[in-house]
Design a protein around this ligand. Structure first.
Ligand code: 13P
Ligand code: SF4
Length: 301
């Protein structure tokens, strides 16, 4: 079956089944064509809360689909490929967080949404790349245990010098590999371009930025800016989302591929919706605790 035919079939099937398809910005461009909403982790969490659909098909990685399920325990949430698992989300365990809490009893635990449900369950509040500074800034506590992204932790610390950020470390293999040198070279090639950097990058890369942005904040920034060219420093598929949303401007990518995000294909979306396969399940006790941390994030940001 060709991709045009598959896109038509998926779009028809989702209406018949009262399903909504949520699509992360890093997905393959053909997946955008079946999405009801495209966005970053924060926007897609909000969409998951507000939808009336019976079924949510999440085209993204596992922690995103899991968060949608936690926020909507009564809905069916499907992920087209269970192998689509974010490596950073598997770098920290609840035991490590509890150990840090023991060492720092006055600290509050802020957990990046890129984590498993059981880590969220031992956390006080979640955050995403779009709201990490706002979430941490909203807390009265001075000491913050922040997990798992060490680069995002360093960025938040740089923005909030009065806080003491205690990282429990992990990192994103895509963003951590990006070098300041690569950004500088691309700037030399495109001197008029504005530089947008995702905060999962290292601090020396972030220093090259005109704007530090979540994926959807990049779209907003590029739309509102008077500049005509932009360098997007993040997973390389982001330029597809930027080009789709802003066809009149030029975008250059610095960053590699997240292979887990690209596991989702049109064939898998169709099969998953047709057979209602790969439902996301979270143990009720864990889910309830994790939901508190996610709800708290949505409340303050
Ligand atoms: P955003 O929330 O900015 O889309 O980031 C998600 C992610 O996994 C980045 O690597
Ligand atoms: Fe995880 Fe990095 Fe892929 Fe985002 S880009 S899903 S943080 S591995």
């Amino acid at each position: 079956m060709g991709s045009g035919e598959l896109i038509d079939k998926i779009n028809k099937l989702k209406k018949e089944k009262n399903a909504v398809i949520l699509v992360h910005n890093y997905q393959r461009p053909e997946i955008y064509e079946v999405g009801d909403f495209m966005g970053d982790s924060l926007e897609l969490s909000r969409k998951a809360v507000n939808t009336d659909a019976k079924i949510i098909v999440f085209c993204g990685v596992d922690f995103m689909a899991e968060s949608a399920k936690i926020l909507n325990p009564d809905k069916t949430v499907l992920i087209p490929d269970k192998i689509a698992s974010c490596p950073m989300a598997n770098m920290v365990t609840p035991e490590q967080v509890l150990e840090a809490k023991k060492k720092h009893p006055d600290a509050i635990v802020v957990t990046y949404i890129n984590t498993t449900a059981d880590v969220k369950a031992v956390s006080d509040i979640c955050c995403t790349s779009a709201n990490a500074v706002k979430v941490v800034g909203s807390l009265k506590e001075k000491e913050i245990i922040f997990t798992p992204d060490k680069n995002l932790a360093a960025y938040v610390q740089s923005q909030l010098p009065d806080k003491k950020i205690i990282p429990v470390e992990g990192y994103c293999y895509v963003h951590d590999k990006i070098l300041a040198e690569d950004v500088k070279k691309t700037k030399e090639l495109h001197p008029e371009a504005k530089v947008m950097v995702h905060p999962e990058c290292r601090m020396d890369v972030i220093k090259e930025a005109d704007a530090v942005c979540s994926t959807s904040q990049m779209i907003k920034y590029a739309k509102e800016s008077s500049a005509k060219e932009f360098i997007s420093v993040t997973e390389c598929g982001m330029v597809n989302a930027l080009k789709k949303e802003i066809p009149g401007k030029e975008f250059w990518a610095v960053g590699g591929t997240c292979i887990q995000m690209k596991k989702i294909t049109l064939e898998k979306v169709y099969d998953c919706l047709l057979n209602e396969s790969n439902p996301v399940e979270v143990e009720p006790e864990i889910s309830e605790k994790a939901k508190k941390a996610l709800d708290e994030m949505l409340r303050v940001s």
